[in-house]
Design a binder for this molecule. Structure first.
Ligand SMILES: *Cc1c(COP(=O)(O)O)cnc(C)c1O
Length: 427
């Protein structure tokens, strides 16, 4: 469920009409709904309540300080993948004891920063990383708590670029050699193995991968304990899918049904690292139509949002629902399932101004006829939208607005030309 709905033929975020935000802040514009963000966080908190999980919001999904702070104020911790994200988490009010740090290429400087911040644990992804971490921890005289990130070698389950738990990806420790690797780490002076971690990939639309993952995880936890490791945590990562093209996602309770019994059986504390599930459908990207043209047998709508604002279609062939913000009287409601033919629509290429043929938001999409100046809503853009944005083609990054009931707040101003050259040395 989200709080973006058409009222009297005008798209609203909670109580605020989208055209008023576009008028005030310009386009392209990211608009987030506070009620939706909190609703999704609470769904997870309720579904997993029996095991009182630590829910570490995945900062890479959308790192805006206001969004991170909202999560933290409502009980979440933070899952970070770099020193920069650790900085964001701390700036947003997260305390070290609720921060976990993942990633295959952590630097010594990042180890130091995280140890000084007294984070809960590192998710360690290779033998070499563990040795480097041990060395830094030894130098600082601060023992590091770690979870071993296992690659459970599951069958493919999502887009090849975001599937992290098939054999042969760069992520995690090989399941076959993990125990051999862990044996000599027992009672290590600088590193304590306290958890097992896996992040299966994203977005995942069935429970099966989690079922297989926890099954393998339970066996490993048993074996690690037999070796003498005090395993207290099972971290099942993120990856819970959301509705993009149609109503395809599972409720949080479906994942809980699979994960909770395993956690109880293992007598572990559960950590989750959701990102997309919380923020994906809590944000839209609003753009304005610049031009339309017909060429090469196709109908193009050129609007002012581009791959630098939202790269998911280009990078992953992702599907985002797109519909006019204020459709004309004879235009039907936006479809929830794009398999249907929609009367009165035409096949449209929705593209941006960037000089790349890969700069598109939708191919062959059935849309009503659009006109210069019309506003478009690109739905489900809250996750991996702004956080993957860039300045390519000299484009200023979009502004971000957080709506709360009938009020709203600018949480990131639109960049200026001056921002574009700020870090460059004066010529
Ligand atoms: C990206 C990532 C997540 C978040 O994934 P979502 O699909 O957004 O929930 C969680 N954990 C790790 C280690 C990640 O890399």
């Amino acid at each position: 469920m989200d709080h973006f709905s058409y009222r009297r033929r005008i798209l609203h975020c909670e109580e605020v009409p989208i055209p008023s935000l576009a008028e005030r802040y310009g386009t392209p514009l990211y608009v987030y709904s506070k009620a939706t963000l909190l609703h999704h966080l609470r769904q997870l908190q309720h579904a997993f309540a029996a095991v009182r999980p630590l829910i570490c919001y995945s900062v890479k999904t959308n790192g805006n300080l206001h969004i991170c702070r909202l999560m933290i104020e409502h009980g979440a911790g933070a899952d970070v993948t770099s020193g920069g994200e650790l900085y964001r988490a701390l700036r947003s009010g997260a305390t070290g004891d609720k921060i976990v740090f993942a990633g295959v290429g952590k630097t010594d400087a990042e180890f130091r920063y995280a140890l000084d911040s007294n984070i809960l644990m590192f998710n360690v992804e290779s033998e070499a990383e563990l040795h480097a971490l041990a060395e830094v921890a030894g130098q600082l005289g601060r023992p590091a708590r770690v979870a071993l990130r296992v690659n459970p070698a599951l069958p493919p389950k999502t887009h090849v670029k975001t599937d992290t738990s098939v054999k042969g990806t760069k992520f995690g420790l090989d399941i076959d050699s993990l125990l051999e690797f862990a044996r000599p780490m027992v009672r290590h002076p600088h590193v304590q193995v306290v958890g097992l971690h896996m992040h299966l990939g994203s977005p995942i639309l069935t429970t099966e991968p989690y079922r297989e993952g926890v099954e393998k995880g339970l066996l490993l936890i048993d074996a690690l304990r037999q070796q003498g490791h005090p395993i207290e945590y099972l971290n099942m990562g993120g990856g819970f899918g959301i509705h993009y093209r149609r109503q395809a996602a599972l409720p949080a309770s479906a994942f809980a049904e699979v994960i909770v019994p395993a956690v109880q059986k293992a007598r572990c504390k559960l950590i989750l690292e959701p990102g997309r599930f919380i923020v994906g459908n809590a944000g839209i990207l609003v753009s304005r139509v610049l031009y339309t043209k017909d060429s090469g047998g196709k109908h193009f709508v050129i609007q002012d949002a581009a791959m630098n604002d939202l790269i998911r279609p280009t990078l992953y062939d992702s599907f985002h629902r797109i519909w006019p913000v204020a459709p004309a009287d004879d235009i039907p409601a936006p479809p929830t399932d794009y398999e249907d033919d929609i009367p009165g629509t035409i096949k449209t290429e929705v593209v941006g101004p960037i000089c790349e043929s890969g700069d598109f938001l939708a191919h062959d999409r059935r849309l009503p006829p659009l006109h210069r100046g019309e506003l478009l809503a690109i739905f489900s853009a809250g996750a991996y939208g702004m956080s993957m944005s860039s300045n390519y083609n000299g484009r200023c990054r979009a502004a971000e607005v957080l709506v709360d009931g009938a009020t709203h707040r600018l949480i990131r101003r639109r960049e200026t030309f001056e921002d574009l050259v700020r870090a460059e040395i004066e010529v």
